[in-house]
Design a protein around this ligand. Structure first.
Ligand SMILES: [Zn+2]
Length: 250
């Protein structure tokens, strides 16, 4: 038996080049859900928002039938029609995140925006999923295999390539701009920083900085000290690019 498939938008990136941007056929045997078929073709279920089967909007539990025509859409390119069932429900409001260890640069940049992103080198795949589900944290990962795990509810795949563009997209998709408080969180351990009076941290300030800087922040968990000089530079420039309205339009 076979089905005809077409992936839309960035979901094409999960397919081998010969299958991108056009219809292709795929075979199946016996009882197979559409979720298993889409994942076997390459796309984690966390990235899929709308599935049309023979023009009707269906859930992941649809069982394939011979001759089905399947269209699969990401949330950026859903079809305009009535009765569309959206399958991707990322938590809005004040979403929190958990990340796998391969995207530390993304973690650091998101923490610099003030977003709550948990990361620990010792977490196994199972622990990442467990915490993501229990704490309602969105799982950020560059591993398709991790996001394909059944128990993962909320996930965002992190592509190779420009991190600023990807974080801009996350900020736009989840309407995070207003809740970003740049440089309010420890880049090392994710804890919210506290104001540190200059006279208290005096001994720890390099002599050159003592004259120049008056505002200091300290991480209550790991004791790292922050001031403008430590943040400014490359990461400050990236934070500005992520939050600037001009770059969000582009
Ligand atoms: Zn810290």
């Amino acid at each position: 038996m076979k089905v005809t498939c077409r992936f839309h938008g960035e979901l094409n990136e999960f397919l081998p080049p010969v299958r991108r941007m056009h219809e292709f056929e795929s075979r199946f045997k016996g009882r197979e859900s559409i979720k298993d078929k889409i994942e076997a073709l390459g796309a984690p279920h966390t990235e899929v928002d709308v599935i049309l089967v023979n023009g009707r909007s269906m859930g992941f539990d649809h069982i394939l039938e011979d001759g089905d025509v399947i269209n699969v859409y990401p949330s950026s390119e859903t079809p305009v029609m009535s009765g569309v069932r959206h399958l991707r429900h990322l938590p809005m409001g004040s979403p929190r995140f958990i990340a796998d260890i391969n995207i530390h640069d993304v973690v650091k940049m998101m923490r610099a925006l003030g977003l709550d992103v948990l990361e620990d080198r010792t977490f196994s795949f199972e622990e990442l999923i467990e915490i993501s589900v229990n704490e309602g944290r969105i799982l950020l990962s560059s591993s398709k295999e991790l996001l394909k795990r059944k128990r993962v509810v909320h996930g965002i795949f992190i592509w190779q390539g420009d991190r600023v563009v990807q974080i801009q997209k996350i900020v736009a998709d989840l309407s995070l701009k207003r809740m970003c408080k740049p440089f309010s969180r420890c880049l090392l351990c994710n804890t919210l920083l506290e104001f540190a009076p200059k006279e208290i941290v005096w001994e720890r300030i390099p002599p050159k900085t003592r004259k120049r800087v008056n505002e200091f922040a300290r991480c209550p968990a790991c004791d790292r000290l922050y001031w403008k000089g430590t943040h400014h530079g490359k990461i400050k420039e990236k934070v500005d690019r992520i939050l600037s309205p001009i770059s969000l339009k582009g």
